[in-house]
Design a protein around this ligand. Structure first.
Ligand code: URA
Length: 241
């Protein structure tokens, strides 16, 4: 579901503000009926007309991006820092990230212009596994990793069960590499979980999103999802919602 003015803007007809004016002027119809409220939401199956002409939505596109560290998961930044869409200059569609990775986190990020699809994937009921590899300070004990897996209390509540695996330890540097799989998507969740067990994250990378991996991509690289992958993601998202 998207706001009517956003759909009109995305179709390239007018800016969002101009689209609002068009709605208020009674120039926009949804499924044959004039709509004058700005709050109206529509889906891709609703027929939208502007001045009697049916609008065609932008062709939906779906990308997998290997986000480098030091990039904001946003389409613009008021401080002028690098944003993910800087890597998509050749893409004409107005894409945006599905969820976010922190500025300092690298790894797998999806981008699309399909709002409905993005909302499905981000819905909390869609328990899509995300696999992260974290380099942490200190070497967490088995008990601490078990407590992480069972769920830890954070300021916004207890985390859902996770999976953890100790991949490597560096006794000399007193650091460890831990793989953690979670399906929630709270703000800075992995960092806060490790903080809660006394092993702050030094480096974080998202390796997997559902069945998708970073295989074949180097940092900063992009690939389009295949038709089949998009379908599989839809199935994954629908199963739980
Ligand atoms: N958890 C975090 O702490 N940071 C991310 O970027 C993603 C998950």
């Amino acid at each position: 579901m998207e706001r009517l003015q956003k759909v009109i803007a995305h179709a390239g007809i007018a800016s969002r503000r101009k689209a609002e004016e068009m709605i208020l002027e009674g120039r926009v119809k949804v499924n044959g009926n004039v709509v004058k409220e700005l709050g109206r939401k529509v889906t891709s199956s609703d027929q939208v007309e502007v001045d009697g002409v049916k609008i065609e939505g932008e062709e939906p596109v779906y990308f997998l991006f290997y986000k480098p560290r030091g990039v904001i998961s946003s389409v613009e930044d008021d401080k002028g820092r690098k944003v993910v869409t800087d890597f998509f200059r050749k893409v004409e569609q107005r894409i945006y990230p599905v969820g976010r990775l922190d500025y300092d986190t690298s790894g797998l990020l999806l981008l699309t212009n399909d709002g409905e699809f993005a909302n499905w994937l981000m819905h909390p009921s869609n328990e899509i596994d995300k696999v992260y590899v974290a380099k942490v300070k200190g070497i967490p004990s088995r008990e601490k990793l078990i407590s992480l897996a069972r769920g830890v209390m954070l300021e916004d509540g207890k985390t859902a069960p996770a999976k953890t695996k100790l991949l490597n330890v560096d006794k000399r540097k007193d650091t460890a590499i831990v793989e953690i799989t979670i399906h929630e998507g709270r703000n800075r969740q992995v960092r806060r979980m490790f903080e809660a067990i006394g092993h702050p994250v030094l480096k974080l990378k998202r390796e997997k999103y559902g069945f998708l991996t970073l295989n074949g991509l180097r940092t900063g690289e992009i690939r389009e999802l295949t038709h089949h992958e998009v379908k599989q993601l839809r199935v994954l998202a629908m199963k739980k919602s």
